[in-house]
Design a protein around this ligand. Structure first.
Ligand code: ADP
Length: 240
């Protein structure tokens, strides 16, 4: 069974691509109400890790649990049903759908009726402050609002674990501040968040903990305010 507050646990996750060891014994714990930042240079294994956690990539060794249930190399749909949702870096929304339809579509596999899927979709759009967009076509939406709708697609599944891939990319400072407040609110609701992000100005004030990968290994795991002072992180990632 899961320890108190633990939503996801990965232990000793290793993944090889041919001769490249993309992940080398990575362990990670995500807890309810806690935002973990995932950083590291390009090629350090961040994408492979979130793909492994969401079942898109099989691992060669190591173990994964969600809410205390073993999920090692489980299929993505089973992991999703266990409570994990994620957003993608370059989200594709169906242009000819309304925001409500786009979000409800993400929820349909869980619901037997369209009305139920739409009810969850409305809730998710409201929760993210874009309830008024429900009937707008995705096609015409500005980038920041499309991003909000994409996040609503993940949220509508009522996940206990949410993985976000570069959620702040392309946003203005004001939009980033709004997004940070929204993510804080989701954590306060009891969600466990893992946020992959290169934007340190956005991530460090947001995260409760930061994990830095380098060549598939854990280089740093600790408080955000230690990141900029860590010699290893500076040498491998932050530079200068
Ligand atoms: P990051 O997201 O931190 O930039 P990745 O997880 O994308 O890092 O990549 C980690 C390492 O695994 C890199 O060396 C990358 O080239 C390699 N890699 C990732 N995916 C594949 C793949 N599908 N086939 C071969 N090598 C891959």
């Amino acid at each position: 069974p899961a320890r108190n507050g633990e939503r996801l646990r990965a232990e000793g996750v290793t993944k090889d691509f041919g001769g490249v060891r993309a992940l080398d014994g990575v362990s990670l714990r995500l807890e309810a109400g806690v935002i973990v930042g995932l950083i590291g240079p390009n090629g350090s294994g961040k994408t492979t890790l979130i793909n492994a956690l969401s079942g898109l990539e099989r691992v060669d060794s190591g173990r994964l649990w969600i809410d205390g249930r073993t999920m090692t190399n489980a299929r993505p749909d089973r992991i999703a049903r266990a409570g994990l949702a994620r957003s993608f870096q370059a989200a594709i929304l169906p242009d000819d759908a309304t925001a409500l339809e786009a979000v409800a579509a993400a929820r349909l596999p869980l619901d037997r009726r369209v009305e139920w899927a739409e009810a969850h979709a409305r809730w998710a759009l409201e929760r993210l402050g874009v309830g008024a967009l429900a009937d707008r076509l995705c096609h015409g939406l500005p980038a920041a609002l499309r991003r909000r709708v994409e996040l609503a697609r993940a949220l509508a599944r009522r996940p206990s674990v949410l993985l976000l891939d570069e959620p702040a990319a392309g946003l203005t400072d004001a939009e980033k501040a709004e997004l940070a407040a929204l993510l804080r609110a989701l954590a306060a609701d009891g969600m466990a968040l893992l946020v992959v992000e290169h934007d340190m100005e956005f991530l460090l004030p947001l995260a409760d903990r930061v994990l830095c990968l380098d060549r598939g290994r854990r280089l740093y795991d600790g408080a955000p305010d230690g990141v900029r002072r860590d010699a290893g992180v500076i040498a491998a990632y932050l530079g200068g």
